[in-house]
Design a binder for this molecule. Structure first.
Ligand SMILES: [Zn+2]
Length: 432
């Protein structure tokens, strides 16, 4: 993959293209990569996903949901399409990450020689050797370097220092292997930058990448700001913008490299990061909202009106419609008035509420369709704002949604969900 910066705005971040060199396919940045679980878009078949977007997408795959595919993939020949063909998305470019951005990564279990990998089958361990072997089997278009990313806003100094030191020692190995491996010759390495919210530690991580990785990596992935899952939605701009500004200053001579921040950051935080110059995000926020019974309803159209309320016409206090809300029982409007997604074109809020009540699998399917559509339209709007250098206006709109209060985008686990085991099976076992 190759990255080209196309437009640098004064106050609105940058526009670029991520280009798949073999096919010439281009993907506009800021880019929303599609988060997958086990190689599939959560809840959606390929046909349904095609109805959300017929355009080729970059898929984000995580080892946490795919490591057990190694043997089958090693044997698989197909028509030469490799990983993306195996999961039914032939020719879609892939980004391989270690963690699943949709799920909470438990703290602890780190060691100087290995990284814990939390899978559905329990905890596995990744040594640098094992990790590179897995990447060689998967042969993704882009993969991240091995990192200890177990830090967040509350991490102690010692834990942060350890995450940096261990990531450095893993990366010596990764850089060396990346250079030598024939099998990785077509894969692009995103070097991990860790160090929690500490400027000294982030600088140290960046310095190491520049000294030992220069010429080997083709981008940066920033981790260690949260523990994935809903914790990413708790990260605020006030926490993240200062430390990311610091990092971007240190990387100022690396401007031609794409920057990725994985995790379910809120739309408002994504915007502020984009303003700083971050290029790649994922769709885990859409998933986290859907499994907590929320339809995204925040407004991003400069002259449009939003509809997150029950009565209609009022300024919404939340950027979501909570489909568990009893007030939707006889609400025969679509989730969003002007939304052109399949869920909104064919179904009412009352029906989707009913699907929740009856634990039907169609419930989360419709919410995923709508939320993905909404987030992708939001990114189109971002592209327009960057080219006209008006991202500030969009940030203002997202922050207040036309009202006086600052809108809360954080996703709180829906307390009506009583069983974690119910997730992944539609709304089954999830009712109060
Ligand atoms: Zn919709």
């Amino acid at each position: 993959m190759k990255f080209i910066v196309e437009h640098l705005s004064k106050n609105s971040g940058r526009l670029g293209q991520l280009v798949q060199q073999e096919t010439g396919k281009q993907f506009k940045t800021p880019l929303l990569v599609q988060t997958t679980k086990g190689g599939s878009i959560p809840y959606l078949s390929r046909e349904v996903f095609d109805s959300v977007t017929p355009e080729c997408q970059v898929l984000q795959m995580s080892l946490a949901t795919m490591d057990h595919m190694k043997e089958a993939l090693g044997q698989y020949k197909g028509s030469g399409g490799g990983l993306s063909e195996y999961v039914g998305y032939k020719d879609y470019p892939t980004i391989l990450t270690i963690r699943d951005p949709c799920e909470l990564m438990p703290s602890g279990s780190n060691d100087k020689d290995m990284v814990p990998l939390f899978t559905r089958r329990g905890k596995e361990t990744l040594t640098p050797q094992k990790y590179i072997e897995l990447v060689e089997t998967f042969k993704p278009d882009i993969y991240q370097g091995l990192s200890d990313a177990d830090t967040n806003f509350d991490s102690a100094k010692k834990r942060i220092q350890k995450s940096v030191d261990r990531t450095e020692s893993f990366m010596y190995f990764c850089y060396e292997q990346h250079k030598q491996s024939q099998m990785l010759s077509k894969s692009c390495l995103f070097t991990p930058i860790v160090g929690g919210y500490n400027t000294y530690n982030r600088s140290q991580s960046i310095k190491h990448a520049k000294e030992y990785g220069s010429g080997k990596y083709g981008g940066f992935i920033f981790e260690g700001f949260h523990n994935y899952g809903l914790t990413a939605t708790e990260v605020t701009s006030e926490q993240l913008v200062p430390i990311m500004s610091h990092c971007l200053k240190e990387l100022s001579e690396e401007k031609q490299q794409p920057l990725m921040l994985p995790g379910a950051f809120t739309p408002l935080v994504m915007l502020e990061l984009i303003q700083l110059g971050v290029d790649i995000f994922d769709t885990s926020y859409a998933y986290c909202a859907a499994v907590n019974f929320k339809a995204l309803s925040f407004s991003f159209k400069m002259n449009g009106d939003s509809v997150g309320d029950c009565e209609g016409g009022n300024v919404p206090e939340t950027p979501f419609i909570d489909v568990t809300d009893e007030c939707l029982k006889e609400d025969f409007r679509p989730l969003l008035k002007d939304c052109s997604c399949v869920a909104c074109e064919n179904h009412t809020r009352a029906y989707i509420h009913h699907l929740y009540k009856t634990s039907e699998l169609l419930g989360p399917i419709l919410l995923m369709i709508h939320n993905l559509h909404h987030l992708m339209e939001f990114f189109k709007s971002i592209h327009e704002c960057i080219s006209s250098d008006t991202l500030d206006n969009l940030i203002k709109l997202l922050r207040h949604q036309g009202g006086d209060k600052v809108v809360e985008y954080r996703i709180v686990a829906n307390t009506k969900v009583i069983s974690r085991a119910g997730l992944g099976k539609g709304f089954a076992d999830s009712k109060s």
